[in-house]
Design a protein around this ligand. Structure first.
Ligand SMILES: Cc1ncc(COP(=O)(O)O)c(C=O)c1O
Length: 416
């Protein structure tokens, strides 16, 4: 399917005016698309579950202005945080602690103290995390992240469940984790699972949920409690290629609810269904607007851009594919095969490899699609390249939501 923001990449006047006003490289987000994604996900939940809670995984895109906008589109939206910094973001965005979940791993005492003070629901990655938390103070309510012994993700690096994953309490130890917490007087519990990112297969969520519900029932029987929520985490994928299917989220939720209410036939007494998507809400809503800086015909042919692996890590890190278009001419004939690269002194600095692409010249604008999640959030300053600016595109105007970094910004902490 054609990209939902193709019309924006094809709008030469708009893109040129953004490049002129804010410079390049520039992260451009569509407010309308973010809103559509949130409403769609929330409607899917509403149609299928009596009680549910939707938290946005802030790690996908931590811009506080963007998260505030998301909250304005769905006032009940909570946040999923994995660090004290992300707790600051949700607070700035107007989310209360009670609306949020904190899922850390190998948490330091400071991390746990921040989570405890925030009043977020603390979701622990291990029994040893509980021992550390106990030394600081115990919350009234708690959950553990289970590792069900399997996982799935677009790349091996984003599989977060299974025998090689660093996350979660192994399923064989999960009951012991809850027993330990119950023995310390905790009486309110939830259960959490997140086994990987970028999953486009409906059936996988059902398999994972079956394993999760089996564990839930075991825990409830062992410690005589009713879980307040069961969370399937995030991991809902988006297509990065035209030929990839998109995830039918309405159907995913419908199927999960069937399984859920078979286990918990009394709908009013059933736990609340929670999830914490990141990518699904913001991934396809971002375009990285970048300018051609150099062209080289060598052993391979290259298009060099003012954005590179420091601006967008996913291709260099995972070999991830992103659709790339010549701005204002998205249907231009692909007359060459090129590698698209940035200006970084690393040979892995490739945004695309062996990519059929139209002819472009120095100064032309190019749009890299699907960068709303894990785009800016993973950007860095290697080679002392300041990070780009971010703009939120509304119907009739653009809003600068993060200024471009300067070289002085990079060194501000060196003035000691
Ligand atoms: C605990 C947890 N929740 C939610 C997410 C969000 O995942 P995604 O952006 O794939 O939906 C992640 C991603 O790593 C995660 O680790």
């Amino acid at each position: 399917m054609a990209h939902p923001l193709l019309h924006i990449a094809n709008d030469k006047n708009l893109m040129e005016s953004l490049a002129e006003e804010y410079g390049t490289p520039l992260y451009v987000y569509s407010a309308q698309r973010i809103s559509e994604n949130i409403q769609r996900f929330n409607n899917a939940l509403q149609l299928s579950f009596n009680k549910y809670h939707l938290c946005y995984a802030v790690k996908a895109n931590n811009n506080p202005n963007l998260v505030s906008y998301m909250k304005s589109q769905l006032p009940l939206l909570g946040g999923d945080c994995s660090s004290p910094g992300e707790l600051c973001v949700v607070k700035q965005a107007g989310m209360s602690g009670e609306e949020c979940i904190y899922s850390g791993n190998y948490e330091s005492a400071e991390d746990l103290q921040s989570a405890l003070s925030s009043n977020a629901w603390i979701n622990l990655d291990d029994i040893t995390s509980f021992d550390r938390l106990k030394r600081i103070g115990l919350p009234k309510r708690l959950s553990f992240r289970i590792n069900p012994g399997f996982g799935k993700g677009t790349f091996s690096q984003v599989v977060t469940g299974g025998k090689d994953a660093k996350f979660g309490v192994p399923k064989e130890k999960i009951v012991e984790a809850y027993r330990t917490a119950a023995a310390e007087g905790i009486a309110r519990f939830g259960l959490h699972c997140m086994t990987g990112s970028g999953v486009l297969e409906k059936a996988y969520f059902e398999n994972m949920f079956n394993a999760l519900l089996a564990a839930a029932r075991e825990i409830e029987a062992a410690i005589q409690c009713s879980l307040e929520f069961i969370s399937v985490g995030g991991g809902f994928g988006i297509p990065y290629k035209n030929e990839e299917p998109s995830l039918n989220i309405e159907k995913v939720m419908e199927n999960l609810s069937t399984i859920f209410y078979q286990q918990y036939p009394d709908r009013a007494q059933a736990p609340s269904f929670w999830c914490e998507p990141g990518k699904f809400l913001v991934g396809d809503a971002g375009i990285l607007l970048t300018k051609v800086t150099g062209l080289k015909e060598g052993y391979r042919n290259f298009i060099g851009l003012d954005a590179g692996m420091e601006t967008l890590m996913r291709p260099g890190l995972y070999g991830a594919y992103h659709r790339i278009y010549k701005v204002g001419d998205v249907d231009a004939e692909h007359s060459q095969v090129v590698d698209i690269t940035g200006r970084i002194c690393e040979n892995t600095d490739r945004l695309a490899v062996d990519r059929p692409f139209p002819k472009v010249g120095e100064g032309d604008l190019v749009g890299i699609m699907d960068v709303g999640a894990y785009g800016y959030a993973m950007a860095h300053q290697f080679n002392t390249r300041p990070r780009p600016a971010e703009v939120l595109l509304h119907e009739n105007h653009s809003e600068l939501i993060r200024k471009r970094e300067t070289i002085e910004d990079i060194f501000q902490n060196c003035n000691v």
